[in-house]
Design a protein around this ligand. Structure first.
Ligand SMILES: Nc1ncnc2c1ncn2[C@@H]1O[C@H](COP(=O)(O)OP(=O)(O)OP(=O)(O)O)[C@@H](O)[C@H]1O
Ligand SMILES: [Mg+2]
Length: 336
């Protein structure tokens, strides 16, 4: 079947970085002020971006990294890491070195990796900026200290404004973070974001403003939900061979946020988190102690109880798992 409606599906993908980031001028300016010194080889200010889900933290970071690499006289290297996927210092350093194209030995201990990284940047006179997204998943905050002492720039990102509240004051003062808040979008902002995306991704006239507005209200301040609705509606309409999205295509696409959330979170989980999720899902509902026991029999190298509690809290915070009760009476079940 031919494309009756979607001109470029890539533009509707979740990790597509828009050419324009609208309604984020203040945040963009603050971030640019903090990071720009890197382009002339000066020390940058580390930043902490926080705000609810779908407010543009990740995409503004990627957008800014692209700009910095494009427009600098000196070589600025940027590396983006999601700490859901890589949460240990060792894994993060390996990932940084790999993306810089350096040869590494995976068996090298962490301190040697840091050494290699420092030497590599000095030799190539690189200013390195590292983004650690979903930084509350990081296992070892010492890495933040090491990286900031090593004069690398850091962009730390979290949904949680208080992500660093329990962090050691020695680490906090070495980081010297500038915080940048990302408030939720208003429906009118989301409408413009959806409109702009539709104009790039769909054929002209594919969607009317009234329908964009319906989606924008349903998105409740979350641009990801808004864009996902547009994508789903476009796919439904195209499947029906239409060249214009109609209200019933839109209605079919709302109320599926829970599935969207799941699709988005599950691929990000590490092995242990995934086992935990699967055990909860197959049990329907399970007590915390029983879950940990079952998990421990399945996992090859089980995590400690403290990490277990941390993983469960983040699965709850990401709204893929629901929790009830406290302490030994805590019960879990899968949401959606
Ligand atoms: N200002 C904007 N202009 C254009 N597109 C935007 C804007 N803000 C967000 N988006 C789009 O909305 C989607 C979600 O944004 P993003 O991934 O940056 O959110 P986030 O704040 O990182 O959310 P989370 O905390 O869940 O990771 C992306 O597809 C992004 O391209
Ligand atoms: Mg993000």
């Amino acid at each position: 079947m031919g494309n009756t409606l979607i001109a470029d599906e890539n533009i509707l993908l979740e990790d597509y970085v828009p050419s324009e980031m609208i309604h984020r001028d203040g945040q963009r300016q603050e971030m640019a002020n903090a990071l720009k010194p890197a382009t002339v080889g000066r020390q940058i200010s580390n930043v902490f971006l926080y705000g609810d889900t779908g407010v543009g933290k990740t995409s503004l970071t990627r957008w800014m990294f692209r700009e910095l690499e494009k427009h600098s006289s000196r070589r600025v290297a940027t590396v983006y890491i999601n700490c859901w996927k890589r949460s240990t210092s060792h894994a993060i350093l390996i990932e940084i070195l790999i993306s810089l194209g350096t040869f590494i030995n995976h068996k090298q201990p962490t301190n040697e990796l840091i050494d290699t990284l420092e030497k590599h940047c000095a030799k190539n006179s690189l200013s390195l900026i590292v983004a650690l997204d979903e930084v509350d998943q990081l296992n070892d905050e010492e890495l933040l200290y090491t990286l900031s002492r090593g004069k690398f720039g850091l962009v730390l990102i979290s949904n949680d404004a208080y992500a660093f509240i329990d962090t050691d004051s020695r680490i906090k003062s070495s980081l010297n973070l500038r915080s940048i808040e990302f408030p939720k979008y208003k429906p009118a902002d989301i409408a413009e974001i959806i409109r702009l995306r539709a104009d790039y991704a769909l054929i002209p006239g594919a969607i009317d403003d009234e329908l964009v507005s319906v989606m924008a209200h349903k998105a409740k301040g979350d641009a990801r939900v808004g864009i996902d609705m547009l994508k789903r509606a476009a796919l439904v309409a195209e499947e029906r061979g239409k060249s214009k999205i109609e209200i019933d295509d839109v209605l079919k696409s709302v109320g599926e946020e829970q599935f969207l959330r799941r699709d988005r979170i599950l691929p990000k989980l590490n092995n242990d988190q995934r086992i935990l999720f699967d055990v909860v899902e197959s049990a329907g509902e399970i007590m915390s102690s029983e879950l940990f026991e079952k998990y421990s029999t399945v996992a090859t190298d089980p995590i400690k109880e403290r990490t277990y509690r941390k993983y469960m809290e983040s699965l709850v915070k990401q709204k893929v798992i629901d929790a009830e009760g406290e302490g030994r009476w805590r019960k879990y079940k899968v949401l959606g």
